[in-house]
Design a protein around this ligand. Structure first.
Ligand SMILES: NC(=O)c1ccc[n+]([C@@H]2O[C@H](COP(=O)([O-])OP(=O)(O)OC[C@H]3O[C@@H](n4cnc5c(N)ncnc54)[C@H](OP(=O)(O)O)[C@@H]3O)[C@@H](O)[C@H]2O)c1
Length: 357
């Protein structure tokens, strides 16, 4: 029998934390040793304090767990070897650094460390080799921090990686982002009901910056950014889950719709090759119907069962000369957050990065 690694989930009562709890239920390689929350929920039974909004029911046994306060001491005392962090960026930074110093392996959704030169921003199908930066951190600090990208960036990067061999010159993306992207208590109904808000703090900057890092190359000096400009416009829309992206890609040469569709459909990475537990069989699904993808119909794309919500859906591909227009859809709290972190941890485990000896 394989030894399951003990994990702590920080921010376990929030929207992203709930998806960690959901996806870790019955996981073959990881088991929950600790659920942490703020002063609001610490000391309470998880099922009684969480405002459950993830798919399905609260996992039965995990639901009985008492939520712990969030600190270096409580995490270390839990015996956790791996930390999944779904903390607000305002508090994640120093805590994650301190936990790394205690030899823990941190996979984080918070943006606090995404710009650190030694912290990789990983989407396992695209840049698994960037985990070499985690190995370097491990040698220097005992533990490491690995970040996942901003939620919209996860979807965009999974559309761009398969198209990259066709010669991308520039990208323009407009997002239609779900309410759940702002967290459990993020938006007042009065502001978003039957409305669109054409401003999401720091989102356009993240979309402009993070694809260059994920699609960049790594050598002994660090990451060399992918040199393609990405311009973004971001909008919050009254959708529960799933960020829709309108993407216009300019290529070096004329591109055919069929070649683009084939590249997207054929795209696979190490998670598929190694059959990792949370890997979708097909990371990018191309729909040919005229009105897809839609959040209501496509947010949970992906199979097998454990990988529901892990596939990005593309549709409405249209090409003219050197330009391709398309839509993409990503489940923001699954592929855009908890799911990618978990898949990265599965990859790190497979690469023996979670070994302490
Ligand atoms: N939502 C998304 O689509 C998405 C996508 C990608 C990345 N992210 C990032 O993931 C992180 C979590 O997002 P979310 O949407 O899950 O937010 P959320 O629903 O607001 O949840 C925040 C979580 O953090 C905990 N928390 C808040 N203040 C704390 C404190 N002072 N000490 C300890 N714990 C504290 C909360 O605990 P209590 O419930 O006990 O107060 C809750 O568990 C953020 O950094 C966000 O930017 C979110």
């Amino acid at each position: 029998m394989t030894h399951k690694r003990k994990v702590a989930v920080l921010g376990s009562t929030g929207l992203v934390g709930q998806h960690f709890v959901r996806m870790l239920d019955g996981h073959p390689d990881f088991k929950i040793a600790m659920l942490a929350g703020s002063e609001r929920s610490a000391g309470h039974v998880y099922a009684e304090v969480v405002d459950w909004a993830a798919d399905g029911e609260i996992p039965l046994n995990t639901g009985k767990t008492v939520v712990q306060p969030t600190s270096v001491e409580t995490v270390v005392a839990s015996g956790a070897e791996v930390v999944f962090s779904a903390l607000p960026a305002s508090i994640a930074g120093p805590l994650e650094t301190a936990l790394r110093g205690r030899g823990l392996f941190i996979f984080t959704n918070a943006s606090s460390h995404r710009a650190d030169p030694d912290v990789p921003v990983v989407i396992p199908e695209i840049n698994p080799d960037h985990l070499e930066l985690a190995a370097r951190q491990k040698r220097a600090h005992g533990g490491f921090i690995v970040a996942d990208s901003n939620c919209s960036t996860s979807g965009l990067a999974l559309l761009l990686a398969p198209l990259r061999p066709l010669g991308i010159r520039s990208v323009v993306v407009t997002t239609f982002q779900a309410i759940s992207g702002a967290g459990r208590r993020g938006l007042a109904a009065m502001d978003i009901a039957a409305n669109c808000i054409p401003f999401i703090p720091n989102e356009e900057e993240k979309l402009g910056r993070e694809p260059g890092r994920i699609l960049g190359t790594l050598d002994q000096n660090g990451i060399h950014l992918w040199p393609v400009p990405v311009r973004a416009n971001c909008c919050r829309v009254p959708v529960r889950d799933g960020h829709l992206l309108s993407v216009s890609v300019e290529f070096d040469r004329a591109v055919e719709e069929r070649a683009a569709a084939e590249a997207l459909t054929a795209f696979r990475g190490l998670p598929q090759e190694w059959n990792l537990p949370s890997a979708p069989a097909q990371p990018v699904i191309v729909r040919t119907e005229e009105a897809r993808p839609q959040p209501v119909l496509d947010a949970w794309a992906g199979s097998p069962e454990r990988a529901r919500g892990m596939a990005v859906t593309a549709g409405r591909l249209r090409s003219r000369d050197c330009f391709l227009d398309l839509f993409g859809l990503v489940h923001n709290t699954v592929r855009g957050a908890a799911g990618t972190c978990l898949l990265t941890a599965e990859l790190a485990l497979k690469q023996s990065l979670l070994d302490t000896k």
